[in-house]
Design a protein around this ligand. Structure first.
Ligand code: PEP
Length: 248
């Protein structure tokens, strides 16, 4: 039985003060232990969020990182730096980073490997554009993204990765994939993991759905057999985020 994992992607919202305030208020409401809960906050707010969540089961994640350990990469943050702070998860390959910051499948693979080397758990995002969905190539596209992202990753490490299936057309648009569309893609993701690592690993790995998840649609989406929770953007910084975590 896979434990659900519900992660909030706060995107570029909430500096340290606002992050602390929100985390202090939200943490007790989502700390029931039925699902793993992660707040993925901006870099500058990591310390405040870590402090606010101390002593609870809520984990703190980053939204990005570089794949190198150190060096002349102005403005970047390394996996070791995140680990040193006490960060547990890191979002990798979010579609906004792929679209606006040139992240390729190859970079996503390098970042996933670097995160694992440093003991961070990647939340690795894949998903198709509307054009790809309309062309009927959703599954092929997602399969390729997963295959490249996991290239060179051992089975032991693979099962630590959380995959977030996030159709780009559903992110921040208010248009949610139907439970059937989301389940079909998540099942295909699990299938490709089975082909790469065998069924036991595929049965263990957690696959989230992301894309306009709200308190009203979470229960139906998370009830699907291959959907193990969600990566939640806009609704993760709303006062009723706890209703998504406590969807049952
Ligand atoms: C996201 O940012 O990963 C996301 C799914 O956003 P939203 O929930 O706002 O669609």
């Amino acid at each position: 039985m896979r434990k659900k994992i519900i992660a909030g992607n706060w995107k570029m919202n909430k500096g340290p003060d606002a992050a602390r305030e929100f985390a202090v208020e939200m943490t007790p409401k989502v700390d029931g232990g039925a699902a793993d809960v992660v707040f993925c906050v901006p870099y500058v707010s990591l310390l405040a969020a870590l402090d606010a969540a101390k002593g609870t089961f809520v984990a703190i994640g980053a939204q990005n990182m570089h794949f190198e350990d150190a060096g002349a990469y102005t403005g970047e943050v390394s996996p070791g730096m995140l680990k040193e702070l006490g960060v547990k998860y890191v979002i990798i390959g979010h579609s906004e980073r792929r679209a606006y910051f040139g992240e390729t499948d190859d970079i996503v693979n390098k970042k996933a490997k670097a995160a694992l080397v440093h003991g961070l758990m990647p939340i690795l995002c894949v998903g198709e554009s509307l054009e790809q969905r309309n062309l009927g190539i959703t599954i092929e596209h997602v399969r390729i993204q997963v295959k490249i992202a996991f290239d060179g990753i051992s089975a032991v490490d693979a099962e630590k990765i959380v995959i977030a299936y996030e159709p780009i057309w559903a992110i921040g648009t208010g248009v949610t994939a139907t439970a059937q569309q989301a389940e079909e893609a998540c099942a295909a993701v699990r299938q490709v993991v089975a082909e790469l690592y065998g069924q036991p690993i595929a049965d263990k790995i957690r696959i989230q759905y992301g894309g306009s998840v709200t308190a009203d649609n979470a229960a139906e989406l998370f009830a699907q057999p291959n959907i193990d929770g969600g990566l939640v953007g806009g609704a993760s910084i709303k006062a009723d985020f706890d209703r998504i975590v406590n969807y049952q």
